[in-house]
Write a protein that binds this ligand. Structure first.
Ligand code: SF4
Ligand code: SF4
Length: 306
């Protein structure tokens, strides 16, 4: 098999951090996923926003896989694949998110080409197989095929350009199977497992002041607040934690937990505050004070309301 039939992805992108980055969306965000994922110190913070140093970047794609909101444009880490088999290369172990995407796209075997998997691979396969069990999917099969990895000389995106020369881009686009042309947008797990949620959203409604900050800033549109209802859709949540950081009432908790997708809907009531007489919305039918008056000390204006 020539190198064109191997793991080559979309050549349409240059590495770039977009405004979808959580650090661009809110000064209260504190995501460091991309910076922590880079083994080459190519990502640093400048004015609290991540920037890529192209001199140091080797285009490994680990930051793209790590970003919870697909804010880094580019192609995900190159892997050696053949048919439904993924080579367990020594170089790097795929993230759990990558492995779950590969599995959803039909990769079902992991090939150890040197007798057995490294401990890092064993740990990762064990964890992802446990997740697959929770998703009602068959686990990855681990097989030994001596020399499998060496047979498949992989190439970086830069290698591809130099090897292919002028005709490269269009030729690769023609021969690369569409399902393997991954880019950053392909790493949204919720799209591959629509019946499941990977995170549990817990909103303490007794704390919520209906400010709608979560609805406005959630990059996955998990919250919808209307005059009638507060809807929480956990299926699309990517666990970025932005909502829990920006909620002024500390009402939101996001935890890793795989389960069947659940949509929660709560009634919203429009009431008139007994203290300041202004109209306000709440999920608490028994409360009589608006959030502003409720924050004031008991007895400041009227001690006879709850
Ligand atoms: S950000 Fe917090 S207080 Fe504001 S609407 Fe969402 S849960 Fe309620
Ligand atoms: S619900 Fe919260 S943790 Fe989930 S994607 Fe939206 S902002 Fe991020």
């Amino acid at each position: 098999m020539g190198f064109l039939g191997k793991w080559v992805e979309s050549l349409d992108y240059q590495y770039n951090i977009t405004d979808a980055c959580l650090m661009h969306r809110s000064p209260r965000a504190s995501c460091t996923a991309c910076v922590e994922s880079c083994n080459y110190d190519a990502l640093t913070f400048k004015n609290q926003k991540p920037v890529i140093n192209s001199e140091k970047c080797v285009e490994c794609g680990h930051c793209i896989a790590a970003c919870p909101v697909q804010a880094i444009e580019g192609i995900i880490p190159k892997r050696n694949l053949s048919g439904n088999r993924l080579a367990a290369d020594d170089a790097s172990v795929p993230s759990l998110k990558e492995l779950l995407v590969y599995h959803a796209k039909g990769i079902t075997s992991i090939i150890a080409s040197k007798g057995e998997l490294s401990q890092a691979w064993k740990d990762q396969v064990c964890t992802v197989n446990s997740m697959l069990q929770q998703l009602d999917k068959n686990p990855f099969q681990v097989k030994v095929e001596e020399g499998f990895s060496e047979e498949m000389s992989s190439c970086t995106r830069r290698d591809l350009f130099s090897l292919l020369g002028k005709e490269g881009t269009s030729l690769v686009k023609q021969v690369t199977p569409a399902k393997w042309r991954f880019n950053h947008k392909s790493l949204d797990l919720s799209a591959y497992y629509p019946e499941y949620q990977f995170y549990e959203l817990d909103v303490k409604l007794e704390k919520c002041s209906m400010c709608k900050a979560c609805e406005t800033l959630c990059p996955k549109q998990c919250f919808q607040i209307t005059a009638q209802s507060f809807r929480i859709e956990s299926q699309t949540c990517s666990g970025c934690q932005l909502c829990s950081r920006i909620c002024p009432e500390n009402a939101i908790t996001v935890t890793d937990h795989i389960s069947r997708a659940v949509t929660q809907t709560f009634d919203v009531y429009t009431k008139v505050c007994k203290v300041c007489k202004s109209s306000y919305q709440t999920c608490k039918p028994n409360y009589e004070r608006c959030p502003v008056c409720a924050r004031r000390k008991s007895g400041y204006l009227d001690s006879n309301v709850c």
